[in-house]
Design a protein around this ligand. Structure first.
Ligand code: GLU
Length: 222
């Protein structure tokens, strides 16, 4: 059976973008006799308080777009142990490393950028020695990145058509975890879509370039 999902980040009331996305996910799944599951992407609990999540659930019900489960919905903010398990799988293979780069370093005009303006991580902290890491940790807590391969990940999007990225060249090592311990969207979304049995993802075009990273993580996490 086709299983789609709504995965709103409740950082405010539902807006037209969320609504369009939910409507299309619902239409796509239902037109094939499928179901739609609801996952609240509230990893950042400061930005995504529960009352906004509750309002989205109510609005979806009012619109007649109620999810088919789970009940209550799945809250990412309650799943840190699950993300930790999968994060550890990558860390145990030596794929995760600490990154001490500041926001301003990462977004400096001299940093490599893609044609769409997205910053490519230059790998500044990729080869730090244990002594350098220990030294830097005295000054700031690191965020954590995963080492990506020099490999092209290609797929065919049902709406946008063929899309491919070389992870090393077009994206660079990406965050799995913030310095304050919060797991990154890229990890959580892959783990959850897999564990929820999602077979179809309908979402904003702004996330097209996340898909190669997610397909690669999906593969690496088995
Ligand atoms: N939570 C994301 C958003 O509201 C969507 C994530 C996804 O569909 O993968 O923009």
């Amino acid at each position: 059976m086709i299983t789609g999902r709504y995965a709103p980040s409740p950082s405010g009331r539902m807006h037209l973008g969320n609504l369009l996305c939910c409507l299309l996910a619902w239409l796509s799944a239902k037109s094939k006799g499928g179901q739609v599951l609801l996952r609240i992407e509230d990893l950042d609990t400061q930005r995504c308080p529960r009352h906004f999540a509750d309002a989205i659930v109510e609005d979806l019900a009012w619109l007649g777009l109620s999810a088919d489960g789970p009940e209550p919905p799945l809250y990412q903010s309650e799943r840190a142990e699950i993300y930790q398990y999968y994060y550890d799988k990558l860390a145990d293979r030596g794929l995760v490393y600490p990154c001490f780069c500041s926001r301003s370093q990462l977004h400096a005009a001299s940093a490599p950028h893609r044609s769409d303006g997205q910053v490519i991580y230059a790998g500044t902290c990729r080869h730090l020695t244990p002594a350098q890491v220990a030294e830097k940790r005295k000054i700031r807590a690191p965020a954590w990145r995963v080492r990506v391969p020099d490999e092209e990940i290609a797929f065919v999007d049902g709406h946008m058509g063929p899309y491919a990225e070389n992870l090393a060249r077009d994206c660079g090592d990406f965050y799995l975890r913030r310095a304050d311990g919060v797991f990154a969207y890229q990890l959580a979304v892959v783990v959850d879509d897999a564990l929820m049995g999602v077979t179809e993802v309908v979402r904003g075009a702004d996330l097209l370039s996340s898909t190669p990273r997610q397909l690669w993580l999906y593969r690496e996490l088995g």
